[in-house]
Design a protein around this ligand. Structure first.
Ligand SMILES: NC(=O)c1ccc[n+]([C@@H]2O[C@H](COP(=O)([O-])OP(=O)(O)OC[C@H]3O[C@@H](n4cnc5c(N)ncnc54)[C@H](O)[C@@H]3O)[C@@H](O)[C@H]2O)c1
Length: 339
């Protein structure tokens, strides 16, 4: 994924409908409004006009057309949808947008089943529309630096990768009813990061989902997995441990990682310079740089989405590409037994 954004063009701005006006939708409304090449044209959420409509809507986007579903926008001049509905509604919202003839950028997780995701990929292909999943963690500066390190082999080849994530997350109401809560809501970021950094796919392995005592989720509050990753730079095991119901001190959102290269180990951890990348040998380590940014960098996937529509090129994290991330997020179904 080079040239994320091509030269500034004179094309008319992409008119975007924001579909899902909850907590994250609020942030996305600002990102779309501030994005060169895009314009927020409408806001859609079934709660609009009800007592449960989010408070920020009136003040921040009240001047725009507001609708409870995409059908009500049929007469409006809209080119694309950014879907920030809660995860269990992604399939229905993306399908409606594609059927309305809109290009779609959907928040992670793409959908909550692989079958739903596959259906949307083929619908977008049939309609000739761009379908991209916003996997913003791919765009963190540290992930880009790791991609460079993998490509130029400055520390040799990758031998093994380990990632740990834990948090005592109260969960949103929609998350409480979810199966595969850890996989779909959180591990999906880490799995996608690993695929993107190494241009690799999980081709086998073992995964076990489990429910820590007192889990507030319907299923899969925690995951343990060992994936066999296969990519252009070779094969390596990726060991993952993640929990949304952990009593341990929390890890940062992108997780705590150990990348074992032939000549050095890279840690993504909190050492003397704070949370970031460190190239380590047994006796010493060197600060390589900060991993994440001040914001969650949603502007970068959006810029790439706009560029993909303009150039007609498949996005880096297209719906099709994301099927590999979905298989890992639903790991217990594909690589082992879940419960
Ligand atoms: N990339 C990230 O870093 C990141 C961070 C947080 C959340 N997310 C994702 O963003 C999504 C939204 O999360 P949230 O925290 O804003 O949830 P939320 O519960 O605060 O808001 C979700 C909104 O979606 C609306 N909705 C439900 N069905 C809809 C439909 N069919 N069409 C339009 N809107 C619909 C709800 O009415 C609600 O207003 C989730 O999928 C979540 O996984 C991503």
């Amino acid at each position: 994924m080079e040239a994320m954004v091509s030269e500034a063009s004179n094309a008319a701005p992409l008119r975007v409908a924001l579909v899902g006006a909850g907590g994250l939708g609020r942030g996305w409304a600002k990102v779309i409004s501030n994005q060169q090449g895009a314009e927020l044209g409408a806001v859609v959420d079934p709660l609009i006009g009800s007592e449960r409509q989010a408070e920020w809507i009136v003040e921040e986007v009240g001047h725009l057309p507001l609708a409870t579903d995409l059908e009500a926008t049929l007469e409006m001049d809209i080119d694309a949808a950014v879907v920030t509905a809660f995860s269990i509604a992604h399939h229905v919202a993306v399908k409606a947008a594609l059927e309305r003839g809109l290009h779609v950028l959907v928040e992670k997780p793409f959908t909550v089943t692989l079958q739903e995701a596959e259906e949307l990929v083929s619908l977008a292909a049939d309609k000739g529309l761009t379908l991209m999943v916003s996997q913003n963690y791919r765009y963190f500066p540290g992930a880009s630096l790791l991609r460079e390190i993998v490509r130029d082999e400055r520390y040799g080849s990758i031998a093994s990768v380990f990632c740990e994530f834990c948090l005592d997350w109260p969960g949103k109401p929609y998350q409480h009813g979810m199966q595969h809560a850890m996989g779909l809501e959180m591990a999906v970021h880490h799995f996608d990061m690993c695929r993107a950094i190494f241009d690799a796919e999980a081709t086998g392995g073992y995964a076990r989902e489990w429910q820590p005592a007192g889990s507030q989720y319907a299923g899969g509050g925690a995951i343990e997995a060992v994936f066999e990753m296969e990519g252009s730079r070779g094969t390596f095991p990726f060991t993952y441990s993640g929990s949304l119901v952990s009593k341990a001190p929390r890890t940062p959102w992108p997780g705590r990682w150990r990348f074992e290269f032939d000549r050095k180990t890279i840690l993504l951890d909190t050492l003397e310079n704070g949370y970031g990348l460190y190239a380590c040998q047994v006796e010493e380590h060197e600060w390589l740089g900060r991993y994440d940014g001040d914001t969650m960098l949603f502007n970068l996937p959006l810029a790439h989405f706009i560029d993909s529509i303009r150039t007609g090129k498949e996005p880096w994290s297209s719906g099709r590409d994301n099927l590999g991330t979905m298989r890992m997020a639903l790991a217990a179904e594909f690589f082992g037994k879940g419960r």
